[in-house]
Design a protein around this ligand. Sequence first.
Ligand code: X2X
Length: 339
Amino acid sequence: MLRRRVLAAGAAVLMGACLPAMAQNYRAEYRLSTVLGTAFPWGQAGERWAELVKEKTQGRIVIKLYPGTSLVGGDQTREFTAIRQGTIDLAIGSTINWSPQVKELNLFALPFLMPDYKAIDALTQGEVGKELFSILEKREVVPLAWGENGFREMSNSKKDITSPADMKGLKFRLVGSPLFLETFSALGANPTQMSWADTQAALSSGAVDGQENPLSVFTAAKLSTIGQKHLTLWHYVADPLIFVVNKDVWASWTPADREAVRQAALQAGKENVEKARKGIAGGDNEVLKQIEAGGVKVTSLSDAQRDAFVKATRPVYEKWAKQIGEPLVKKAEAAIAKR
Ligand code: X2X
């Protein structure tokens, strides 16, 4: 009897010692970085992840959304470094913005690698996706799930574009790694690198003529109202999003809470992909109709027209396949061929 009481008291002391210690490791709030805000599927994914985490951890983990990559002053290509350094606790980032630090993520920006949505899925949901996650783990972030920004279509304020020759001399705003600049240079355009934070003003003032972004971004950012009246659907690249957590933050959580955060990311990612494709994919043209209603001339390319863009950018593809790593690129090409 006495022994049992001593044991019970001992257990109570132990629990008393452990519980506050565990709670102390948890911060009142964790900072989640995204480029786009809640008017866009990307920012909505951030909101949803936070909501699901709160629900699944019974409020133990509270996440605050920082859109506009505001934790790095809007400089989206510095986001990955800030996650590693702990200025950012969690992020949903585009492969484009992290590719300056993680060269393998340039894979998705190889021009015309992915012809359709099935091709994106064949990469993110297959062996290539796993390999990229293990590369990210080696770079000391914890990758949890894939989302999607989308196929990036080209718009400009000057003219309809049906061939690389039409792009000659047009000034395009681009972001990310030199691969983008080289692709647009190969097409004869005049590319300039700029963060999203500066892009709308640059388009409005005419400092740049064009840009490339998914249709969901084109509509939510109302680019047709700032002169972007010519849109070419060329599906040249697509950028998936990746849900990650800083590794020290991850280690500070209990295994059960880590699993809750992972499941929340997987669910928010799945919903995000559906949202990013809504009105765009699978014969549903709602978004395109909306864009045309805004006075935008939408140009689709014939196979022959598209081939001219493929051919012009092929040397860039081949050069960058080597930089990314031929085995990974070959694996991606094989997964797409088998889709
Ligand atoms: O800056 C862009 O173009 C955007 C919003 O699509 C990305 O962050 C890659």
